[in-house]
Design a protein around this ligand. Structure first.
Ligand SMILES: [Zn+2]
Length: 375
């Protein structure tokens, strides 16, 4: 039954009269209205019209009597909103965000806000583990880099410093770009494209930076081989970087092309390693820590395969929305591979500086000034 117009007018008049009276407490307004001489009995009837009247009136009071909030309070409310925010299911995601159809719940909706993306680092959703694995990984690699330099500074020459720095800085960049991608993946479609390009660039940099010290120590005394292998690696890395991060390659149909570029760059490592096996012999290679490099390669490949076939979420859709999904397994495989690689090149470094005596070595020792050379 519609509310008579005259009754609505009476309620409005009552509210205005109430506003003018400063002694009134707005929390008692309903009581005052209903106990007035006017006939407000329709407000007490449990009918649809009563509810609709209340819904219409209450916001007016909220606005009228709500004290002005400070900037701090507004910020806190915003943070609480984001932390308590309801995450959405896969079917509710826009096309540009719904990459993995086997993760059903707990996705962050498009944010269009840097602040929201940053705040969401502290909440639980489908990207939380992806963010934290590579954020902690990047910090750990930074600390390892500093500790390694402090520990080995006295026995490193300039070439050692450069080759190890290539490895550490490339790993830090790759993990940082990956962290940024996962933080801002839900910002907007254009930011997703930029962050994805950065991520691909980071992977290429990591492959390049990882191979430099291996080539350097496998051909420690052969400047010629070293230069050729690193130059070809550099050109291949640039081609792969441009190919994988170009705008055309962002489309799903170019995925195999991107995969081929990465595989080609990774497989290129086989060439100098095979050459070194012929040069030094297999037993000498294992003495130099070749085994750790093999385990590292297997770890990378295993992580990549798990990621490509989307196991285990493919078998149990919805069960790995928060933790255990294939992308997280890839992230942990990358961290493990980075440390295996570090251990492998440490073995190479210590073995080579103790055993290899080059005729024309790079003897720019950083910690000592002894430039004597034995052939
Ligand atoms: Zn990732």
């Amino acid at each position: 039954m519609p509310i008579p117009l005259e009754k609505i007018q009476v309620v409005q008049d009552e509210i205005e009269r109430f506003h003018d009276d400063e002694d009134n407490d707005y929390r008692n307004i309903r009581l005052k209205i209903t106990t007035d001489e006017q006939d407000f009995s329709f407000l007490n009837k449990p009918t649809h019209t009563k509810r609709s009247v209340h819904y219409d009136i209450e916001p007016i009071f909220d606005l009228a009597y709500q004290p002005l909030r400070s900037t701090y309070e507004i910020e806190q409310a915003s943070i609480n909103n984001v932390l308590r925010r309801r995450y959405i299911a896969h079917w509710g995601l826009p096309e540009w965000l719904g990459d993995n159809q086997f993760l059903l719940q707990k996705h962050r909706p498009p944010a269009y806000s840097v602040r929201e993306c940053l705040i969401s680092i502290a909440s639980i959703h489908s990207e939380t583990v992806n963010i934290w694995t590579h954020l902690i990984g990047a910090l750990c690699v930074c600390v390892t880099y500093i500790l390694f330099l402090i520990d080995n500074y006295h026995q490193m020459d300039l070439s050692d410093l450069i080759s190890f720095s290539f490895f550490f800085i490339s790993a830090i960049l790759c993990l940082t770009f990956s962290t940024l991608l996962h933080i801002f993946i839900n910002y907007s479609p254009s930011v997703l494209v930029i962050a994805s390009k950065l991520d691909y660039i980071g992977i290429n940099i990591l492959i390049f930076g990882s191979m430099v010290p291996v080539i350097h120590y496998l051909f420690y005394c052969s400047l010629q081989f070293k230069t050729i292998y690193i130059s070809v690696l550099f050109v291949l890395s640039i081609v792969s970087m441009i190919g994988t991060s170009s705008a055309a390659c962002s489309k799903p149909r170019y995925r195999p092309f991107k995969a081929i570029l990465f595989i080609a760059l990774g497989l290129y490592g086989v060439a100098p390693v095979t050459h070194a096996c012929i040069l030094h012999g297999l037993s000498r290679m294992f003495e130099m820590g070749f085994l750790y490099l093999c385990i590292m390669a297997v770890t990378y490949i295993a992580g990549g395969v798990v990621y490509a076939i989307r196991i285990p979420e493919r078998c149990f859709p919805g069960r790995f929305d928060i933790i255990g999904q294939s992308h997280q397994i890839l992230h942990i495989a990358v961290i493990a591979a980075v440390y295996l690689h570090f251990y492998g090149i440490c073995c190479l470094f210590h073995n080579v500086i103790q055993t290899e005596q080059c005729i024309i070595p790079t003897v720019l020792k950083l910690g000592i000034t002894d430039l004597s050379v034995t052939s």
